[in-house]
Design a protein. Structure first.
Length: 256
């Protein structure tokens, strides 16, 4: 029953994240006005705004105009619910649970925005960097430390290592290919990840993300001839893997 309730709460969180995904790129308020159909502008009634259930009941269409509702809304809600459950099963209701749920929500938002418009909102990444640094000071176990200063330094070095590694990679790519290889949003995204996970897991994320990105990139290149892919989703996926298994993988690889 606890898991079911957590999943439901996660889908509600996912509903709000859908608002962020839609409105942040448009520089609109994520608070007001109330949710409305993006096609006809009709305000959505509460009974048509119940996560997952309303989408299924309406068969993915607006009640007012009959226009198709993007399946992204249901996907984000399901993904958010599952992430909340997985973090609970791994961390329980420890402070890390709530911290990493926030990070996961931020990663989901930036990933879907990046997929849509190939941009990553600064509102998420810059505020995330600041929050990660503050939480490292207030809660040293986030960095597996006992001292506030040592925890802050791990988080600060995570920002430098995360953002710096992507920046250097982009600079080298631009030099070789004579065009932009990595966007500034990716730099800030991995810097945010480093602020929450520390420098070791930031570097782990940096090296793991290209594995996922290359698989999709090669596929899209062959099928569609596409040269540019959004990199945010692969950094986000690598960061989630780092949260669950990063420390164990590092220990296994380097025997530390």
């Amino acid at each position: 029953m606890t898991v079911v309730l957590i999943f439901i709460a996660g889908t509600i969180l996912g509903s709000f994240m859908n608002v962020c995904i839609y409105r942040l790129p448009r520089k609109e308020s994520i608070v007001l006005p109330r949710s409305h159909c993006p096609l006809c502008g009709t305000t959505i009634h509460w009974f048509d705004n119940i996560p997952l259930l309303s989408y299924l009941a309406l068969r993915g269409k607006c009640r007012s105009c009959g226009g198709r509702i993007s399946p992204r809304y249901a996907i984000v809600e399901i993904l958010s619910g599952l992430m909340c459950v997985l973090f609970f099963l791994h961390f329980g209701f420890a402070p890390k649970y709530f911290i990493f749920v926030y990070l996961a929500c931020a990663l989901i938002v930036v990933s879907f925005v990046d997929i849509r418009i190939h941009e990553i909102p600064d509102e998420i990444t810059l505020s995330g960097i600041a929050l990660g640094l503050v939480l490292a000071v207030l809660y040293p176990p986030l960095m597996n430390r006992t001292g506030n200063f040592a925890s802050f330094m791990d988080s600060f070095l995570g920002v430098i290592a995360g953002g710096g590694s992507i920046y250097v990679l982009g600079y080298i790519g631009e030099f070789i290919f004579k065009k932009e290889a990595m966007g500034g949003g990716d730099v800030k995204l991995l810097a945010m990840i480093g602020a929450f996970l520390g420098w070791k897991l930031a570097i782990f994320t940096f090296f793991l993300a290209p594995f996922f990105g290359s698989i999709v990139g090669i596929t899209l290149k062959i099928k569609e001839g596409r040269d540019i892919i959004p990199y945010g989703p692969y950094l986000s996926l690598a960061a989630v893997i780092a949260i669950f298994w990063g420390d164990d993988i590092i220990k296994a690889l380097f025997l530390v």
